[in-house]
Ligand binder design. Structure first.
Ligand SMILES: *[C@@H]1O[C@H](CO)[C@@H](O)[C@H](O)[C@H]1NC(C)=O
Length: 347
């Protein structure tokens, strides 16, 4: 038997101290969680957001059944949800096409469904937007006649689907971002999102009725960061509503690729991560050391004879590696903030 007397005395004297320190720790934990949630997409919650987003997140909410059409020398792919509450035009970057936004399906056998593009479409449809994607005539968008062509296509399509009473918004990334910034002078948008681009604000005359503009950018891209800072002030000076969302790098985990790419299973995701670690493409914390375009990751995978990689997944993996490095890539990570921007400027 233990000497109960001694033990209970010790216990008695320690209970308050223990309780107080436990309560203190609890308060700290709660504070931490609250602050974490409130930061709303800024750096601390990023890892959380990325790990929450899976390629299949929308499976129970929306199914992709797009329609592909050809008009004015280009193709458009679109889908209208039941009782749409708005229309969203998405513009790809250089080398992009409308087929990148939609999964391969019986309706679109040529579709590619890049991970970030498809998630933007799914978010849009889940939020009740009719989504339309159009391909640029050439590798990148141009800012002369092509602006009128896209305006024509949009107006024709909106008229035919009888959506002209609904709010119209646009999101463009990179070349598509410059394009949307110009298109907004020809087409009346309720608001726009310019992603990884500073826009053409030096080349055009921006009027007071220019739409509310959200810049979604990657501060690692210093040149654009500086330009955006500059243009934010210019637009604000004209009384235009402006917002900024910064996208930071995030660490890859063995699961990241499987989480974000349809058709890439967990085993392959883990093997690829191991190769990236072995080759030093990622540091000890999983962060990409360079942009995905600047490392020979495909060659490293080929050298691994035991692994067979479906070539069709290469652009998808490439996109996620670029995104994790966060210098210049299409991103759906901040969709919550993007759609909050659209929602708050629908009137
Ligand atoms: C687009 O096509 C329509 C129908 O063929 C035509 O009327 C219109 O002028 C074209 N728009 C441009 C900008 O080429």
């Amino acid at each position: 038997m233990l000497r109960r007397g001694h033990k209970s005395k010790l216990w008695n004297s320690r209970v308050p101290v223990l309780a107080i320190s436990l309560a203190f720790m609890l308060v700290l934990v709660i504070l931490f969680l609250v602050l974490h949630n409130d930061s709303d997409g800024e750096k601390p919650s990023l890892a959380y957001e990325v790990s929450e987003q899976k390629w299949s997140s929308f499976d129970s909410l929306v199914k992709l059944h797009p329609t592909r059409e050809f008009r004015n020398g280009t193709d458009l792919i679109w889908q209208v949800p039941e009782s749409p509450k708005g229309v969203m035009f998405l513009a790809h970057g250089c080398n992009g096409r409308s087929i990148n936004f939609w999964d391969k399906s019986p309706e679109c056998p040529n579709c590619i469904g890049l991970p970030e593009e498809r998630l933007l479409v799914l978010h849009g449809l889940a939020q009740g937007f009719a989504v339309i994607t159009i391909s640029s005539a050439r590798t990148c968008w141009s800012f002369g006649k092509e602006v009128l062509v896209v305006k024509d296509i949009l107006e024709w399509w909106i008229g035919r689907r009888k959506l002209e009473k609904l709010p119209l918004v646009a999101l463009g990334a990179s070349s598509g971002g410059y394009f949307v910034s110009v298109l907004a002078t020809a087409v009346k948008f309720n608001s726009i999102v310019i992603m990884i681009a500073e826009g053409m604000f030096e080349e055009m005359d921006v009027k007071e009725d220019y739409p509310p503009t959200l810049f979604v950018h990657m501060p690692k891209d210093l040149y654009r960061q500086q330009k955006i800072d500059e243009y934010v002030e210019v637009l604000k000076g004209k009384g235009i509503d402006v917002g900024v969302v910064e996208c930071m790098e995030f660490p890859l985990s063995p699961n990241t690729l499987a989480d974000r790419i349809p058709g890439l299973d967990l085993t392959l995701s883990r093997s690829l991560f191991e190769i990236f670690q072995g080759k030093g493409f990622v540091d000890q914390n999983g962060y990409m050391r360079k942009d995905g375009r600047r490392i020979k990751w495909e060659k490293a995978v080929e050298e691994k004879k035991t692994l067979s990689l479906d070539k069709r997944l290469v652009p998808h993996i490439q996109e996620e590696l670029n995104l994790a490095f966060a210098s210049h890539e299409m991103t759906s990570i901040h969709s919550d903030q993007i759609f909050k921007w659209f929602e708050s400027h629908m009137g």
